[in-house]
Design a protein around this ligand. Structure first.
Ligand SMILES: *Cc1c(COP(=O)(O)O)cnc(C)c1O
Length: 338
């Protein structure tokens, strides 16, 4: 059997590889504490579970969903953005549900990239930022996150050729895996760069609700001009412990949201409407849940940071996300040190 060149070009998915190693150890009777994939380890909010149970019993949810999402879902996302970020979104054309941030980010690659074009992406970064362009037959250009710039990339270091070919730029704050929060002024720089080079900024907002020490993370769309040049992919996975539910939304620039929607109508048939109703319960009823989870992660963060310091690994406590980013000692790679 011959698989496609586009599939052959892909390295094994990092986290799938870790899962394989973990099962191998478990099969040998070893009790493994996984520090691999970021996946909340406590249940989804009770309000969400009961909203799903009620909605699943309602036959109006049983047919094909609309790829645009139920109006109630889009309205709930718009209300959340208004309340939480002070960002105004039009539910008719600036919001479409996505089956998780992973699917949404991947499909943006198919909607925007051609061979000969590229996506610029934060490096280190979520694997789909590089796998997505590869599967779209396009190029991926890493933008190193620089400690000297508080873990922002240097946009001035992007070559004129790459800037010319770029159609997408993937950024993510609070950041996986570094735990960095967005440096002051960086979102404004992004808007200017995107305008100058006609690039669509895709802000992966998976961790805006997971923050510590009183820090409140902004939406990229709060930045003046952001909606002209960008979209945000907002996921309920991490903030509301809903990784299994596949609930996200793409919001922002109407042309980009509609391009994603057009592609999606040819690929899948949307989000189960009962799940959309459960996601509304998360946004409207389980409003304190992300703060409660953040308090729990903050306690865990402090334990991990002090344990690492005790063994001589100096780390700055992150102000967001569920990750710790630590330098490895001289003479090691990350994998060899782990
Ligand atoms: C977890 C994660 C995702 C995937 O989220 P889903 O909505 O569950 O698909 C995307 N981006 C980053 C940075 C993540 O950490």
């Amino acid at each position: 059997m011959k698989t496609s060149e586009r599939l052959d070009r892909l390295p094994p998915y990092l986290l799938a590889e870790l899962e394989r190693k973990i099962s191998e150890k478990q099969a040998r009777g070893i009790d493994v504490i996984s520090l691999g994939i970021g996946d909340p380890d406590t249940p989804s909010p009770a309000e969400v579970v009961s909203a799903l149970a009620t909605a699943a019993a309602d036959p109006s949810t049983h047919q094909y969903p609309s790829n645009r999402g139920r109006p109630e879902f889009r309205n709930a996302v718009a209300d959340f953005y208004e309340r939480r970020f002070g960002v105004e979104l039009h539910p008719e054309n600036e919001i479409v549900p996505g089956l998780g941030a992973k699917e949404t980010i991947f499909n943006l690659n198919l909607a925007f990239l051609d061979p000969g074009t590229c996506a610029l992406a934060s490096d280190p970064g979520y694997p789909v930022y590089s796998g997505g362009p590869a599967l779209a037959g396009a190029d991926y250009v890493p933008m190193p996150l620089l400690p000297a710039r508080e873990l922002a990339p240097a946009l001035s270091a992007i070559s004129a050729g790459d800037a010319e070919q770029a159609r997408l730029m993937f950024v993510n704050y609070p950041n996986n895996p570094t735990g960095a929060i967005v440096p002051d002024g960086f979102f404004t720089e992004l808007v200017e760069f995107a305008r100058a080079h006609d690039v669509l900024v895709v802000h992966d907002a998976s961790y805006t609700e997971t923050t510590f020490d009183g820090y409140v993370a902004p939406s990229f769309l709060e930045t003046p001009g952001a909606k002209e040049v960008g979209v945000e992919v907002f996921s309920l996975s991490k903030g509301w412990n809903m990784t299994g539910w596949r609930t996200a939304a793409i919001v922002g620039n109407a042309d980009a949201v509609q391009a994603y929607w057009k592609l999606k109508t040819n690929i899948d048939s949307g989000m189960f409407e009962a799940v959309q109703l459960a996601a509304i319960a998360a946004l409207e009823q389980a409003t304190d849940f992300p703060r409660e989870m953040s308090a729990k992660y903050e306690r865990r963060r402090d334990m991990v940071v002090s344990a690492l310091r005790e063994i001589g690994v100096e780390v700055a406590p992150p102000r967001g996300t569920i990750y710790i980013w630590a330098p490895v000692p001289e003479g090691h790679t990350s994998a060899s040190y782990c």
